[in-house]
Design a protein around this ligand. Structure first.
Ligand code: NDP
Ligand code: GDP
Length: 337
């Protein structure tokens, strides 16, 4: 019999890549989708899998929904990817973010516990939980110090996952994933905002790209590689928590410079931390400037993860380099315009 998986947040970046991966592995894939006036299936369509997944009504805030979906589908594995996933917005909607990203993990775990504790569970945790970093590089043992309502909510979800594993012996894994991007990344995240803005400028657009803290550093990988790690966690005999990262860190400016090169600009940066600017060397045209509006009330300045445990226990290594990621995203946005 085909193995069944339920992915919450299937319309998101990771949901689409994970659906594609599970289909390739021979799974029957169910995806939780919340009712909206316009169905956002574009990511599943771009990967050519929209017709091959079964969509079910799924609202994380509605316990009855979670219970009925799990009862009907009876999946062997549940991947909880659904979330209010944007750190910036979480400062504006802190309690809503806490409900969706934190409490809902308890709703789901308890539903699994009651219906069938044998269902394997993946929780989408995040490197943002390390926040104001206490150790470099960050591992599964690094103390957490969340710096946003998003990270605080995710930390609750992380510990709930650990708690259900320890209290009831459930196969529940928390994947502490560092930033992962792709051409399917949401447009509010800095990488995609940059590649969309650069593509518009390269096509003759006049709007200078405005960013916040361009000196922030992240450990950026490709979502296509990271979903394989999620799946491997649920195939392991013993459930555990794993960092998935590349082990490299780069500034927002480095990302922008490489993405710009892929669309024909050579960026020259100038100015102090709070007001940086980038021009194109050949034309002198202003390409990027900073705008205080995009700075955060509390910032995570630098993240760099150590993926050694995932490599050793799961045989997981990221396949895509930072340069290849920048180029793929920039070229994808060029060809979309
Ligand atoms: P996206 O924002 O692209 O996708 C989020 C998904 O969650 C969407 O399908 C969205 O549905 C769904 N969703 C949001 N709220 C609800 C709700 N109340 N009920 C049901 N579904 C809901 O995120 P990513 O794919 O980038 O990330 C996947 C997960 O991994 C998230 O939990 C994120 O926080 C976490 N994560 C991501 C990292 C990254 O770098 N990408 C790093 C570490 C963790 P809709 O389409 O209707 O909005
Ligand atoms: P995050 O790590 O989950 O918050 O992912 P983001 O892509 O939203 O942000 C990564 C880093 O880029 C953070 O340190 C942001 O402060 C920084 N950044 C700088 N300018 C911008 C911007 O215009 N938009 C976003 N989203 N982030 C920005």
């Amino acid at each position: 019999m085909m193995k069944r998986a339920l992915i919450t947040g299937i319309t998101g970046q990771d949901g689409a890549y994970l659906a594609q991966h599970l289909l390739q592995q021979g799974y029957e894939v169910y995806g939780g989708i919340r009712r909206t006036s316009t169905r956002a299936l574009w990511r599943l369509e771009e990967l050519g899998v929209a017709d091959r997944v079964n969509l079910v009504d799924f609202e994380l805030l509605e316990t009855t929904n979670l219970i009925s979906a799990i009862r009907e589908i009876r999946p062997a594995e549940i991947y909880n990817l659904a979330a209010q996933s944007f750190v910036g917005v979480s400062f504006k909607v802190p309690t809503f973010t806490g409900d969706v990203d934190g409490l809902s993990v308890a709703r789901l775990l308890e539903a699994i516990h009651v219906i069938d504790p044998g269902i394997r569970f993946y929780q989408a945790s995040t490197s943002e939980m390390f926040g104001k970093i206490q150790q470099t590089p960050q591992t599964e043992l690094t103390p957490f110090y969340p710096r946003s309502p998003y990270a605080v909510a995710k930390l609750y979800g992380h510990w709930m996952t650990v708690n259900y594993r320890e209290a009831y012996g459930m196969h529940a894994c928390s994947g502490i994933l560092f930033n992962h991007e792709s051409p399917l990344r949401g447009s509010e995240f800095v990488t995609r905002k940059i590649t969309m803005g650069l593509a518009a400028l390269a096509k003759g657009g006049k709007t200078v790209l405005e960013l916040g803290n361009t000196l922030a550093s992240r450990d950026w990988g490709h979502a296509r590689d990271y979903v394989v790690g999620m799946w491997k966690m649920l195939q392991a005999d013993v459930a555990d928590d794993f960092v998935l990262s590349t082990g490299e860190t780069h500034t927002v400016e480095e990302f922008a410079t490489l993405a710009a090169a892929a669309v024909g600009f050579e960026l020259i940066w100038e100015g102090e931390g709070g007001s940086r600017k980038a021009r194109d060397r050949k034309t002198g045209k202003e390409i990027i400037r900073t705008n205080p509006e995009f700075f955060r009330p509390a910032e995570v300045d630098l993240l760099i993860g150590n993926p050694a445990k995932a490599k050793e226990r799961l045989g997981w290594v990221p396949a895509t380099s930072f340069a290849a990621l920048c180029e793929e995203m920039a070229l994808a946005d060029m060809s979309r315009l």
